[in-house]
Write a protein that binds this ligand. Sequence first.
Ligand code: SAM
Ligand code: SF4
Ligand code: SF4
Length: 334
Amino acid sequence: MTKPKANLTDSFGRSITYLRLSITDRCNLRCFYCMPQADFNWMEPTEILRFEEIVQLTRVLASLGVKKVRFTGGEPLVRRDVVKLVRDVSSLPGVEETCLTTNGVLLKKMAQELFDAGLRHLNISLDTLRPERFKEVTGRDHFQDVWEGIEKGLDLGFSPVKLNFVMMRGKNDDEIVDFARLTRQYPMDVRFIEFMPIGKHSKWGRNYFFSSDEAVKQITAELGPLNPVKPEAGSGPAELYTLSDGMGRIGFISPLSHRFCSKCNRLRVTADGRLRLCLFSDLEINIRDMLRQGVTDTELAQFFSDIILKKPGRYLSHKKEVPTCERQMSSIGG
Ligand code: SAM
Ligand code: SF4
Ligand code: SF4
């Protein structure tokens, strides 16, 4: 066994500094590409990690160098007492940033208490600016709530505020320029994400796939050149640009057409306490049982230091076939 190090480094020399926690598989939307529309086997409440279990695993990972923690879901804001969890995790030694990925439906109501609990980074998923289309894509009529949530987040001073837009040919590719234009008016990042083949019920298909390169072409043709932003240390997978008259930035996340595995710094934990070393690998390690059997912090640190060596170097290759993973995106959290 290797001795736990203060820095969690995998066998490819990548430092692991970022933890993505899915804290529920439930959601108040039914995005057609993420959730199966029927026959969904929700996790039993007893299967979901309890707050003290999440805090223990995060405390140990923070002692090994994890600095950034993201809450995701399902929809994280439907988890009862989520504000308490955000406060507890934000105050752990070593945790420098807590972030939330949300569909924004409950944000207007909860933004202030989340801010007070220490949250500063907001990613809001929004695939259309058209209320009717929003209903079609998400199965619910909540566009206005989401938009007001975004405005509230900006007003309160969350920074950065990022909008995540999943590009889908024939569904919303005609709104790419409208979303890019938002960065002229608002100090936020608008990030275009390539649709990924995730989940055994996934609606992913080559026909829906719309590449970042095509989006760049559309945007530059309409709005002028995109000026590259120099990546900051530890910055995520988005390639960032600004319009010449932009207040915010435009990002492209291109898991299928550009690889970012060599910079991967992340671990994922599902709502039922399975550690995933790579989004596209179905290798899952049950840490819930360890937590419930009373593992000590020292033992857990040793376990993470050992298991990290199994993190794949990369998952997407130049192979023709497209990787996928069995689990639904709604229980991994993106
Ligand atoms: N409910 C929250 C939300 O929608 O932001 C958090 C969980 S959701 C699974 C996280 C992100 O994954 C969302 O931005 C969603 O659009 C994205 N997503 C889901 N399925 C996807 C897919 N197949 N390809 C790319 N992004 C996907
Ligand atoms: Fe819910 Fe987010 Fe999945 Fe949409 S993308 S169904 S909001 S978990
Ligand atoms: Fe990291 Fe796996 Fe995503 Fe590559 S595919 S960036 S290794 S999580």
